[in-house]
Design a protein around this ligand. Sequence first.
Ligand SMILES: NC(=O)c1ccc[n+]([C@@H]2O[C@H](COP(=O)([O-])OP(=O)(O)OC[C@H]3O[C@@H](n4cnc5c(N)ncnc54)[C@H](OP(=O)(O)O)[C@@H]3O)[C@@H](O)[C@H]2O)c1
Length: 299
Amino acid sequence: MIKVVITGSNGLLGQTLVKLLLQEKEKYQVFGFSKGKNRSGREDFNYISIDLTNEIKLKETLTEIQPSFIINTAAITQVDVCEEHKEACDLLNITVVKWLAEISKSLNVHLIHLSTDFVFDGEKGNYKETDKVNPLSYYGLSKVKSEEMVVNSKIKYTILRTILVYGQVFDMSRTNIVLWVKDMLEKGQEITVVNDQYRAPTYVEDLALACKIAMDKKAVGIYHIASNTVLSVFEIAQQVAEVFNLDKKFMKPILSTTLNQKALRPPKTGFNLSKTNKELGFYPKSFKEDIQRFKESLM
Ligand SMILES: NC(=O)c1ccc[n+]([C@@H]2O[C@H](COP(=O)([O-])OP(=O)(O)OC[C@H]3O[C@@H](n4cnc5c(N)ncnc54)[C@H](OP(=O)(O)O)[C@@H]3O)[C@@H](O)[C@H]2O)c1
């Protein structure tokens, strides 16, 4: 049995990964770490209620389990929260990663760490893994620092950078772009959506699969995971409306400057997927195909 610890097992990716790995119960023994109660709706894995910012408890619990892999999905992912609460962001997004890397070294664990397109400034777009990072936000900076920590720690590691993740899990603490557009248009409520930021949205089922492939291949290095389609966020919302047969008249395009957000966002990201195609054998599809699959999963 391969022992896998998933941190942030109550989150969007965390719950999806738990579900995916439990499809092969004879192969993986799954341990989910999150704060508070288990919100995955499943009881058939080892759920451990733990605050990851408690270094002693974290290291003791991992030493007891002796996992082969840790998949670190936990993070403060809200960009403006990081901008306003820098100490909390540092603690979870950087210091906890440092502790995970230290314990991975002493227990010979392969650490799979999640990062983001926000490590880039968004001037160029279509980013390769080797492109120069230049974060615009504190969240992006925290992820750059966490990546450096992992890369320099002399452990077996995979860093998966991803973009604008969407999907649905059992009990969600927050929404995402596709669900939000769908829910608002279904209620006939007007929405404003930025048309000057470009992203390649990522279906959470694909991201979870990429984590599993990275684990099975013991891939070492940085990999980019997203759909193969770069669209403005407004175009993303339009495609959601088309696939779910919802009325586009409730959507209005706006400029991001009108939102007065605390943190700056990169104008254009999207990933070059060549390395992921070649080394992981993973070929992400178009956004349209992905949301079609997402729609079918909801039926
Ligand atoms: N979502 C995106 O669009 C996106 C884009 C690029 C990169 N990423 C990266 O992908 C990864 C997964 O994202 P996600 O959307 O699945 O995140 P998420 O839904 O916000 O899940 C993160 C989980 O971590 C848990 N957590 C937070 N603080 C904790 C603590 N101190 N101790 C234990 N657990 C704690 C949260 O618990 P609660 O639910 O109780 O708060 C939450 O369940 C993150 O590293 C993120 O930075 C995400």
